[in-house]
Ligand binder design. Structure first.
Ligand SMILES: *Cc1c(COP(=O)(O)O)cnc(C)c1O
Length: 404
């Protein structure tokens, strides 16, 4: 092969987010000048930014109550605690998710009961029913992993049948809908992340929403409210706190006013940004679908997703060709994440590397799907030309490896 013919290379980083909007920076500077960064540190007549964020987010999400806290993983932990998970209690969860999810279950004392996924990254309904029955679990922690929302009617019916409370992990679905309903409005509690790589960026941060006043009160006290819970922006009334305030431990994990200021401004821009993400996603999808050997599992009916990442399967590759694809794309500037790797790398790990679980289950379908699944971040710093080039590079490298 003629080495002088340079292959096209992609030059932008996959982890570069857009700058924080100027209005948010200005508000953050005002708060720093005031010195009142702690959410309960308020001047006479002042409403703290963290409380305003809770009010804004509850309104945006369409939920009664909202708690702003330290991270998405922390929100999940507090949600599990607020639902009353006890040490040793089984908690159902789809096996395709990120490490903070089993970590939050562990943190609550629960034991993950991992459920298979189907070929399009949704929780496997039959396995969910089987494990709901065999485990006796009373809680399902459902990750809408990489934005793929399962058949929520089927999941809801199983929860109903077995008396299971659902927590939705919406780290990748802030702003997404299923049959017109916002993700996060299907279960008892929903958890969101505002970590830098999610849909709004405060570096670190989490949001928890619910319509249940008792869950909300317990979550707020768990988050470290002391007896200052009246200073929350979307909290239940005093009666709910009176029922739990002396029984609920403080697991200190509050959000501060600075991060809340960054998020309030970004929340107003989220709908526009979702359109921008989806334009990029469509371009990548078009390009990747045109490449022989590359398949994008069809997205379920009724799903209005946020295309902040894209997954594809390299169906004609196997064995060493799979890690080779990561390597070759990487050499051309295209950063693929591979969920099939035996060893966890970067942010990505497969369920069998969570060795602190009492038992690593055998989930053959999940293993098969993840074996040839690759994942790309879609930051808003990319444009349509970038997406075309990324798809072209992936297509070429898959073709090259097929030929070997
Ligand atoms: C990022 C993420 C979380 C946790 O969010 P943090 O804010 O990083 O703690 C939970 N679940 C999934 C699927 C995530 O991607």
């Amino acid at each position: 092969m003629d080495q002088s013919v340079a292959k096209a290379r992609f030059e932008k980083p996959f982890t570069q987010q857009e700058p924080i909007p100027e209005a948010a920076i200005e508000r953050a500077v005002e708060i720093m000048r005031s010195g009142r960064l702690h959410r309960y540190n308020i001047a006479e007549g002042e409403e703290p930014e963290a409380a305003l964020l809770e009010r804004d987010y509850a309104a945006w999400q369409g939920s009664d109550y909202c708690l702003a806290c330290a991270s998405g993983g922390y929100a999940i932990h507090v949600a599990l605690r607020a639902l009353g998970v006890r040490p040793g209690e089984p908690v159902l969860a789809n096996a395709y998710t990120l490490a903070p999810v089993p970590g939050a279950i562990h943190n609550s004392g629960g034991i993950p009961v991992l459920v298979e996924i189907d070929g399009a990254y949704h929780i496997d309904i039959d396995d969910l029913r089987a494990k709901a029955r065999s485990s006796g679990a009373k809680v399902l922690l459902l990750s809408h992993m990489r934005g793929h929302i399962s058949d929520m009617e089927a999941v809801g019916a199983i929860c109903e049948e077995f008396g299971i409370a659902m927590i939705e992990d919406c780290a990748h679905t802030m702003g997404a809908r299923w049959k017109g309903v916002r993700s996060g409005n299907f279960g008892h509690v929903a958890c969101f992340s505002s970590q830098t790589y999610k849909h709004i960026n405060s570096g670190e941060g989490g949001l928890l929403t619910t319509n249940d006043p008792d869950i909300a009160a317990r979550a707020i006290i768990h988050s470290g409210s002391y007896m200052l819970y009246q200073r929350h922006g979307a909290a239940p009334d005093e009666a709910a706190f009176a029922r739990c305030k002396l029984q609920t431990p403080n697991y200190s994990g509050r959000m501060d006013n600075l991060r809340a200021a960054l998020l309030r401004v970004q929340l107003a821009l989220l709908d526009d940004n979702i359109s921008r993400w989806n334009a990029l996603y469509s371009e990548l999808e078009r390009g990747l679908n045109a490449a022989p050997g590359v398949t994008i599992p069809e997205r379920l009916q009724h799903e209005a997703y946020v295309g902040s990442s894209i997954q594809f399967r390299a169906v004609t590759l196997a064995g060493d060709a799979l890690p080779a694809l990561v390597l070759r794309c990487g050499e051309r500037g295209v950063e693929l994440k591979w969920f099939g790797a035996d060893e966890p790398a970067g942010f990505t790990s497969r369920y069998d590397s969570w060795r602190y679980m009492p038992a690593i289950p055998d989930l053959p379908n999940t293993m098969t799907v993840l074996a040839n699944t690759f994942d790309i971040r879609v930051p808003l710093t990319f444009d349509l030309d970038d997406c075309r080039l990324i798809a072209k590079i992936i297509g070429e490298e898959v073709a090259g490896l097929q030929a070997v």
